[in-house]
Every structure is written in C-alpha cells, then in structure tokens.
Design a protein around this ligand. Sequence first.
Ligand code: TYD
Ligand code: MG
Length: 455
Amino acid sequence: MAKSAPAFTCSACGAAQSKWAGRCDACGAWNTIIEEAPLSAGPGAKSLGAQRGRAIELTDLATEEAPPPRALSGMDELDRVLGGGLVPASALLVGGDPGIGKSTLLLQAAAAFARTGIKCLYVSGEEASAQVRMRAARLGLTDAPVKLGAETNLRNILTTLDVERPALAIIDSIQTMWSDSVDSAPGSVAQVRAACHELVSFAKRRGTSVILVGHVTKDGQIAGPRVVEHMVDTVLYFEGERGHQFRILRAVKNRFGAADEIGVFEMTGQGLAQVTNPSALFLSERGQSSPGSAVFAGIEGTRPVLTEIQALVAASPLGTPRRTVVGLDSGRLSTILAVLEARCGIPFAGLDVFLNVAGGMRVSEPAADLAVAAAILSAREDAPLPPDMVLFGEISLSGALRPVGQTENRLKEARKLGFSQAIAPSRSKTGAEDGMRVRQMQDLTAFVGEIFGAG
Ligand code: TYD
Ligand code: MG
C-alpha cells in the first residue's frame, strides 16, 4: 500500500509528522502539532515523473522589465513602510494585537487609496457593515468610494472579487475566513492557510492587491502557521503599548522595499493621525535632564529616529536582583551589564536594574548598546548626562565600541533637534557637522572615564 501524505504538521516550524505528539521533535515547541486533511490524491499524485508536464518558459536575467508602477495612498507613513507605495498584484499581511487599531488603519488606508481613484473593496468578517459604516462616519471617510462587504465565506468573497475586479481588496481578518473545501473550524491553522493561499493566488492571477489582517497570538506570532508569512510578499506589524497613543507600523518582511522601515501614527478621537517627526514625539515627554536618561540616535529602516532610554538602578531587597526591560531585548541588557562588570569593574550585584524605552517604542538595533550603558551608569552614579548629548555604538564582549552604519544621518537628525554633542565609536565615518561636537571613543572604559570620572 502506498504511504499516504503525513496528516500532522507542526504549526510553529512546519515539520511534517506521521503521528500526533505533545512536542515537536524538529523545533521542540509544545502543543503545536495539528492534524491536517491529507492532500487529495489526484491522477498525478502517485509519481510526478510518470506523467510529463509542460516545459516552462525561461528568460534571461537581463530581460528588460519595467519596475512595477506603485500606487500611492497619500498617507506618507504608510507609503514609506510599503517601500514607496503599493505594488499591484501584491499580497500583504498586517498583523497586530486585537484592539491595536488594524481595522482603523486599513479603513483609513482604503479611503485614502479610493480617493486617488483606485478601486477599493473592504471585506469585514468581524463586524457588520453598519458597524464599519459607523466607524467610517466617525473618521470622516463616508465620502470615499470604498465598496464595503461583510462576509466570511471565502467562496463568496472570491466570486465577488472576480465580478468586481478591484485594484485593492482588504480582508479583515484572515482568521474569520472559512473555506468549505477544508474540513475544520474557522481560525484553525488549516483554514487560515487555505484562505491565505486562495486569496494570494487570486491576487497573482487577477492583478488585485490584497491586504490580509491577521491577529497575533499571546506569544507575538501571527496566529496560524508561519507558512502564512511565507506566502505573502510583505508582512507589516502594527504595534504599540496599550497605555500610549503612539502606534508603529513596522515592515518585518518586504519583497518590494526595505524591511525594518517604520511608520509612526497617533491614535486620536478621529482615528489615526500621521506623526511626521517621530523623534520630536519620542523626546517630547523628556523633562529636565535627570539621572538615568540617555538619548539614543537610532536608525529605523531608512529614517533616523531619536529615542530616550531610561534606566533605574536601586538596591535590591531580593536574593536575585531584578532585571526588567521594556522596549529592548532583555538578553542585550544582561550582556551589557556583564561587560560593565567584567571590563570596567563596575559591580551590579545586589542592584535591581530597570530599563525602559520612552514612548512605547521598540529598539532592536545593536547600536543602542552605548546609550543603554550610559543610561544605566548615569542611574547608578546618580549623575545626569549633559542634556544636549546623543549616543550610539555597539558594545562588543571585549568592551570595545564598534562603529555602526549611517553615522552622518544620526548626527544630522540630532543636530536638527537641537543636540550639540555626540559620543560615537572611533573610526565612525563622520562628515563635517557644524555645531555638533562628536567625540569618538575606543572602548567602554574610555567612555566611563571621560563621562563619569573614574567610574
Ligand atoms: P480597531 O481598529 O478596531 O482594532 P483592531 O482592528 O486592531 O482590533 O481599534 C480599536 C481601538 O481603537 C479601540 O480601542 C478604540 C480605538 N479608536 C480610537 O481611539 N479612535 C478612533 O477614531 C477609532 C476608530 C478607534
Ligand atoms: Mg479589527
């Protein structure tokens, strides 16, 4: 008897399994193995070699092809994250926590695209049409020629798209869609994957761009298999802290532009407003220069963004001191503390360390290391840094400061926002920044000596 296709798949890594197990032996994740309907055994299913296919058309690398024309929404923050506008026939996934503002963002985007003359269809599987219309009224979008539908049946949606032929279709959300050809509940991995596959192939076949909304699970992944992320051209995450009104749209994958690009929005009573100068916004909450505050001159995608890093160091009542981090990788904090202890002789035993990036921003650049170290030292020594100083540089395990990219852009942005001195790793490529005093330093020990005396 021929062996049938494996009926179990790990939803975290995609490994095929022949039977169910509590733990995936490929990636080690727990409770991720799910049953899947086996592939239907068509006539060609037995052996691909037995039946000859059609020879595909091949071209040279040099074949001339005009770059795809892009559609601009006029929302600059969105257009930039897309890599300079929406590419026709592309498939996008916009992920984010429930309630973060995905539906709001995409309704505004739909209206913006529709106002430029692009035929736009918005299908909501989560809300009734009346609810979406009410939101549109509150956002002042009722005049935009967006076609609106409320449906969860994939077959009906695909038929509608085939009839209407919009240039852009927004599906809110992929988890509510269900296909009657798949034998499991809406929201299950098999359904999400099937719906995504159908919609993406429709996009490619008919030249319609589709934007899929995806909810994110507790551990920060788009619910459903990773395969969904592989199927689309672009993956954007819409993120932000609950208590803050700032929202950041971040490209984590983009076949048509730079990943890591961010767009910054502010949630207001009238929907999302664009924030054109994020540095000013992230620094606006900064009061008088206080101990434990350092300004990091960072780069997000193609744009320089200044953020404030805040630290608090206090004697710990606990046997194991706390290390609490918001907006940064906690492993990075441990590394920096270890380097400060081992290379500069500054002990942190018995001290709690709290670290926070102001404004609900997330920083992932290694270039933030020096600003993090500076904030921690400033808090520990109870000595404020000069208020007009920015810092950047990666710290290596030996305590050396490594140069980072785009030094000139970082300095230019700092200059624009009224900063007049910077600490950078030595060998950084700096141009002539008038009015900016740049001190280049070899290692962390030199930095500690110069800024905090002997440390
Ligand atoms: P929503 O777009 O429904 O989130 P998602 O689709 O990601 O689940 O956003 C809901 C939140 O946004 C809700 O808490 C209310 C808030 N909001 C505003 O503050 N102002 C507005 O103009 C709108 C439309 C929503
Ligand atoms: Mg929603």
